[in-house]
Design a protein around this ligand. Structure first.
Ligand code: PLP
Length: 378
């Protein structure tokens, strides 16, 4: 295949090269699995980045959310309130805990959980004595939710805020890293994220007890004894050392990856943003998004639908996808309660995620933009 038609993925893993040596260290010391210096180092360096008191490395962001919900005491009959515009990995754990998700529409200016909707629903639920057990805002596509506003509302009812920052490693909210300031934050290092551990996640908090409990539950809830003693059940959720080694290498180049993703966003916007009906995901005034994925919006004047763009790019061996389909529109959640209007639905119907890999070359970008321009003018 020539370079002109090589496959361009939406957001592939992008190694710096240093990861290989760190993985070799795991082989040399024979610390390959869920204990050892590389895990400790990854957690420590992650806390240095985010400012959290402690963090535990896990097999996935989904696992991190599961532990966060269980540690918040979420169980059968409880409601968990979250943003409808998200990926199911942050929502399935609500089902694992036999609780009920309630899906909130998002703010059109940020695409994140609307504090305005939350305020109204909290006072209504308080009057009916039906407050949620936890509130889970989502930092979507690396855009941080308005955490301080949400925390203030939640604190009035003593409801914990678990922030789904799965997509927001490297983003900032005010002067903090994404997730810092929530009761608990979770992150993903899945292969499609801005930085990856091949597969993995992190739970982080300023309360070291929560993180310690998460470590305990993630390693089958073993009591400190020579034999296998259990007073509760746990999970096999601990990140293997070889994955942590990749994570240590990736953390070192995170600022470069954020800069590149933001530059790619700016280039798409400069080339396409003035065409009729075309706009791009807004950036909240409260932070700096990592621009994990560049999202382009197609208004009526664009004369094309997201699927047209995906198909045109697909026919040139280029991967693109619609915006997340809101959870309240998913068949699996057809009976779940939905709060608010149709902003998320509109974003799904009008938005397309463009290739945003940090290894995109100028030639790749020219190729992608050329296909989009042709599709828009046809
Ligand atoms: C918003 C959101 N929440 C949760 C997850 C789950 O993370 P993981 O894939 O590591 O389980 C993801 C992504 O993959 C995500 O995008």
């Amino acid at each position: 295949m020539s370079n002109a038609d090589k496959r361009i993925f939406l957001s592939p893993p992008h190694m710096s090269g240093e990861e290989r040596g760190l993985v070799t260290e795991c082989f040399d010391t024979n610390y390959l699995a869920g204990v050892g210096p590389m895990i400790d180092r990854f957690e420590k360096e992650f806390c240095e980045l985010t400012g959290h008191a402690d963090a535990a490395a896990l097999t996935s962001g989904t696992a991190a959310m599961h532990l966060a919900l269980r540690l918040a005491g979420v169980g059968e009959g409880d409601e968990v309130w979250t943003s409808t515009l998200t990926f199911i990995g942050g929502v399935s754990p609500i089902m694992y805990q036999h609780a009920s998700p309630v899906f909130f529409d998002v703010d059109p200016d940020t695409w994140t959980l609307s504090p305005h909707l939350l305020e109204g629903e909290l006072s209504r639920a308080a009057a009916e004595n039906k407050l949620p057990k936890a509130i889970v805002p989502v930092d979507i596509y690396g855009q941080c939710a308005d955490l301080d506003a949400i925390r203030e509302l939640a604190a009035a009812y003593e409801i914990p805020v678990i922030l789904d920052s799965a997509e927001a490693v490297g983003s900032t909210y005010k002067d903090r890293h994404a997730g810092k300031g929530a009761d608990v934050a979770i992150y993903s290092f899945n292969g499609n994220k801005l930085i990856t551990t091949a597969g993995g996640g992190m739970i982080a908090s300023d309360d070291p007890d929560i993180v310690q409990q998460a470590r305990y539950l993630s390693t089958q809830a073993r009591e400190p004894s020579n034999h296998y003693e259990h007073v509760t059940f746990g999970y096999n959720y601990r990140m293997p050392s070889v994955c942590a080694a990749i994570g240590v290498g990736q953390l070192a180049i995170l600022p470069d990856r954020v800069a590149k993703a933001r530059e790619t966003f700016a280039q798409y916007e400069a080339e396409l943003g003035k065409l009729p009906g075309i706009s791009f995901m807004p950036e909240a005034a409260t932070g700096t998004a990592n621009r994990w994925l560049t999202v382009m919006m197609l208004g009526a004047a664009a004369g094309a639908e997201p699927l047209d763009i995906c198909e045109a790019l697909g026919s040139h061996n280029i991967e693109a996808r619609p915006v997340w389909k809101p959870m309240h529109l998913q068949p699996v959640f057809r009976t779940a309660r939905h709060v608010g209007g149709d902003v998320s639905k509109e974003l799904f119907q009008r938005g397309v995620c463009l290739p945003s890999g940090t290894d995109l070359t100028p030639e790749d970008l020219t190729r992608i933009i050329g296909v989009i321009k042709a599709a828009l003018s046809s």
